[in-house]
Design a protein around this ligand. Sequence first.
Ligand code: HEC
Ligand code: HEC
Length: 325
Amino acid sequence: MSWLAQRLALHPLTKWQRKRFVLSGIALTLSGVFSLIVMMFPTVIWEKSNAKINSLTPDIANGKYIYHLSGCSACHTEHVPGAKELAGGKRLRTPFGILVAPNVTPDTLSGIGGWTVEEFADATRLGISPDGEHYYPAFPYTSYSRMTDQDIVDLKAYIDTQVAPVAEKAEERDLLFPFSIRYGMGMWKLLYLDEEPKTSKVEGEQAKRGEYLAEVLGHCGECHSPRDIMGGVIRSRWMSGVPVGEFNPAPNITNTVDGTLHWTDKQWLDFLKTGVLPDGNYTGGEMALVVEEITSHLSKEDADAMVKYFRSLTDEGGTNAVDPD
Ligand code: HEC
Ligand code: HEC
């Protein structure tokens, strides 16, 4: 051994080196413990919903509106003839494999019927299951994270009372290893789950309402923003499109020359209502579903607010978004 040490010109550690060695050992252990907590006990890090949420009175009519504007059915209903609403089964392609949307009907055994309001709130806004596990972000809780308490309560009341329970589990997911390990999502969420608005330029009550409709409920940015290699949305390129050839391409919809600058307000409103583009063609694919499930349900006032919001996404200063940190 000493022969090998000599050949490699290894010297015994100095006192200072030994100290550094021990200190980095401690740091590594601490960060390991921290990672384990994040991964396995998410509620230590993320503040769960306040019990106050139970005292709110549900408004089922608003719940129906929120249900549509947030597009739950776009993913949780299989869009094939005879499919039952929210019964799950739709296969969602993610860069990491196929996920199957679960049954979220009010059935107590196969769906979410037995859940409390708080459990529902934590699943939808924090991606944490009643058992304390992390959901994959294909469930767009990174957008829903800013949903108001009242909207959550109303949405749950609507699903509980107006959607028929379906006593059948949706088939299990099929993710590639290591993404099949849920614990890892904890670290991801630490990086990408926050409750900050995505843009800094939104001013005025109407545009702020539009921001809530587009960023939070409509989760438009989930598809229309490019992502980094870890699958997190790049804030500085918010809504600026995902080029063809990449996973899930979607056009730039910011108020810029490459986006929707040349659209009139009327063209925007017609698009949101029917999916018709300024050139007279209709949008297709996933966006046709978004129009059907989400934007066609906007009230006139809210459609105006959404357009106002998109108008604020200019590229003055080269970016429409808040600083990445
Ligand atoms: C873009 C697709 C998509 C949309 C939109 C969506 N979900 Fe989901 N949802 C999923 C996926 C995928 C999962 C499973 C995640 C996992 O297994 O980690 C899920 C999981 C859930 C769960 C957990 C179910 C369980 O059995 O643990 C609930 C509750 C839920 N969604 C409710 C909703 C509600 C309410 C809405 C509308 C506000 C909604 N989802 C919108 C894709 C979506
Ligand atoms: C599930 C992914 C997805 C979501 C969510 C989504 N979009 Fe789209 N969007 C697309 C795709 C894909 C296209 C291109 C469709 C096509 O090829 O016709 C598109 C096209 C569009 C276009 C047409 C742009 C053009 O220049 O042709 C507009 C405008 C638009 N989306 C607005 C929205 C708004 C507003 C929301 C939120 C309410 C939204 N999208 C949410 C995927 C999505």
